[in-house]
Design a protein around this ligand. Structure first.
Ligand SMILES: [Ca+2]
Length: 250
């Protein structure tokens, strides 16, 4: 009998050790504090020109100092610790194509110029395309774009840039973009050492002064797990963004 109990306890102890080992190896659970510090977010963003996967993530209104509630653009930022994800949506009344070629990315107190520019198939900045179509893209979702840091450094990235109406009528949806880039590649190109992302803000000054802010837990896996566990224990809740395709695509 004692032997059976001992065996049972050994199994339980082994299970606990295995659980702890797994917990220490899983990636950090990021905490998004852009607008609501009480929400822990684990989003599932795909850069594909379908934008419903951003539903539920905090939105930063970008007003360009307008007081017209219908003339407010929207921005969202998110990171899973490996990539940074960004979404901008122009309001329907805006009569021009969205500008994305001149942004400022601030991370852990440092500031970098950031652009989204057309790319050639072999991964170079496509200035010919930019000259011809850069400000007059045809209808559709354009993926021949990439993220550039400090004007020349091309970061491993994905872009989906949607033009619903090239005429930008006030009765049709405004332009929309989602893009992501690799934090590891960003660090390699800029010489930054990012063990922890303490703060991150993206400004797209051409559409408004408000920055998209992310303030998260450290991205290191071990510290992140502990931080996430502490936060969960404090009564926070997890929001799992469920991707719904088929909305907002042309
Ligand atoms: Ca998407």
């Amino acid at each position: 009998m004692k032997k059976a109990i001992r065996k049972h306890l050994t199994l339980i102890a082994s299970g606990l050790c295995l659980t702890l080992a797994i917990a220490l190896c899983i990636p950090a659970t990021p905490v998004l504090a852009a607008e609501n510090p009480d929400i822990e977010v684990n989003a599932d963003i795909t850069i594909d020109g379908y934008y419903s996967d951003w539903n539920g993530l905090p939105i930063t209104p970008i007003t360009y100092l307008a007081d017209n509630a219908y003339a407010i653009h929207e921005g969202q930022i998110y990171t899973d610790g490996e990539r940074v994800y960004v979404h901008f949506k122009m309001n329907d009344l805006y009569r021009y194509q969205m500008q994305v070629q001149q942004m400022t990315f601030e991370i852990n107190g440092r500031s970098f110029a950031m652009s989204v520019l057309p790319m050639t198939p072999d991964g170079q900045i496509d200035w010919a395309f930019y000259g011809e179509y850069g400000n007059c893209l045809p209808e559709g979702t354009h993926t021949n774009y990439g993220v550039v840091v400090d004007y020349t450094k091309i970061v491993e990235s994905e872009v989906a840039y949607t033009i619903y109406d090239p005429n930008h009528s006030t009765t049709t949806p405004g332009d929309e973009i989602e893009f992501s880039f690799s934090l590891e590649d960003f660090c390699a190109l800029t010489g930054m050492q990012i063990d922890t992302v303490a703060s991150m803000t993206l400004f797209n000054v051409n559409i408004g002064p408000e920055g998209l802010k992310w303030i998260g837990t450290p991205t290191g896996a071990f510290v992140g797990v502990l931080a996430a566990a502490t936060i969960c224990g404090a009564g926070y809740f997890t929001y799992k963004n469920k991707k719904k395709k088929g909305q907002g695509h042309v």
